[in-house]
Design a binder for this molecule. Structure first.
Ligand SMILES: NC(=O)c1ccc[n+]([C@@H]2O[C@H](COP(=O)([O-])OP(=O)(O)OC[C@H]3O[C@@H](n4cnc5c(N)ncnc54)[C@H](O)[C@@H]3O)[C@@H](O)[C@H]2O)c1
Length: 338
């Protein structure tokens, strides 16, 4: 049984809490948050745009700490799950590694490549597992796209266009997400999902070319990027975190192959369509999501003492390098080589 301690009980921390509580092989034993209100017996889920966690704090089963350092010193905790605001990711991940814990840290890995390097340095020679929660790698419709590309059953991939958007978040703790200094704005917070998936799917691009617009966070809350590859393939991504609240949240992709295309939108029912010359079908995928899949995967890796190869720390760090290249491209108006 993997004993889990969660740090940060906001939207994502509560989501993870709810998932672990139903996951065979995992048991939440400790919770930490600076807001004592969030640690009270019976406290549960802070609403955010992706639904609510389902778990409730039970003092018989969950030790609570207002200081994350105490959770890191809790000898029963095997896996520390960091769901803190992004500006605290690197520092907390390093402390958890130094405390000898396995770590899951929410995406993005850190605010900058410099911080990512500090995390990678801290990991060097340590017998612990670190996975960054790049949940899109585990999302059934995106995993289906990867399988389709790799199997070649629809022929060669010719183009892929990824996009996600929502309103400027009003739900985060002290509005940290609305400050690009703390969140990185949409180019980091939202676009990292698609930048990450692009290189997971197709390898490292040669260069990026981006445009962007400043939004409510004071950073680039609207971004469009073209990823340049050696072979003749057209790949781009977009993100917008400056939409009206009534928009809700949507992620989508359109991937076209020699023999058809895959069209996915989280706003559609059915969400995924496979379209060939004269037919269109709805692939039956498992009823799950990337959050459940990533946590189940990491718990299995820890149980089996295997490194989590689906998201290595180095590949998650490269996603931050890509985002930084996108920002340089926006600011210089140039194609940025990688
Ligand atoms: N994978 C995804 O799809 C996804 C979706 C949403 C958020 N996220 C990521 O999850 C992370 C958390 O986002 P969120 O929406 O849950 O934020 P949030 O503001 O809802 O929650 C943050 C929590 O951290 C606590 N906190 C702040 N400072 C602390 C400290 N020093 N010590 C202990 N607790 C502290 C706050 O009290 C709050 O409960 C972010 O990095 C975000 O990018 C990922």
């Amino acid at each position: 049984m993997v004993k889990v301690g969660i740090i940060g009980l906001g939207g994502m921390g509560n989501m993870h809490f709810g998932i672990y509580e139903g996951l065979p092989g995992a048991e939440v034993v400790a919770l930490a948050d600076v807001e004592e209100e969030r640690l009270k017996p019976g406290a549960s889920s802070t609403a955010f745009n992706l639904g609510e966690g389902a778990a409730v704090i039970d003092p018989q089963r969950h030790r609570t700490y207002s200081d994350p350092g105490e959770l890191l010193r809790d000898p029963e905790v095997d896996l520390v799950d960091i769901c803190l605001p992004t500006y605290l990711h690197a520092e907390c991940t390093i402390s958890a590694i130094e405390a000898g814990k396995n770590v899951l840290c929410e995406k993005p890995m850190a605010l900058s490549t410099k911080e990512c390097q500090r995390v990678l340095d801290a990991l060097e020679g340590k017998d612990v597992k670190l996975m960054i929660a790049q949940c899109i790698r585990f999302w059934p419709e995106y995993a289906y796209l990867k399988e389709t590309v790799e199997s070649g059953r629809m022929g060669r991939l010719c183009s892929a266009r990824f996009w996600r958007g929502c309103s400027s978040p009003d739900w985060t703790w002290r509005h940290w997400m609305k400050d690009a200094e703390l969140s990185g704005g949409a180019v980091l917070d939202l676009n990292v999902h698609d930048a990450d998936f692009v290189h997971y799917l197709l390898g490292r691009p040669k260069a990026v070319c981006s445009t962007g617009a400043i939004g409510p966070s004071g950073g680039y809350d609207i971004v469009e990027t073209v990823y340049v590859y050696e072979d003749k393939i057209s790949v781009c991504s977009g993100a917008n975190m400056a939409l009206p609240p009534a928009f809700g949240f949507e992620m989508r992709y359109l991937a076209s192959f020699e023999k058809g295309c895959l069209a996915f939108s989280s706003a559609n029912t059915p969400a995924l369509m496979e379209i060939a010359e004269s037919s269109s079908t709805h692939p039956e995928l498992r009823h799950t999501d990337g959050y459940h899949e990533e946590l189940a995967y990491l718990v299995k890796c820890i149980e089996n003492d295997e490194l989590p190869g689906v998201v290595t720390p180095e590949s998650a760090a490269f996603s931050i390098e890509l985002v930084e290249a996108e920002v340089r491209s926006i600011e210089t108006g140039q194609v940025v080589e990688l």
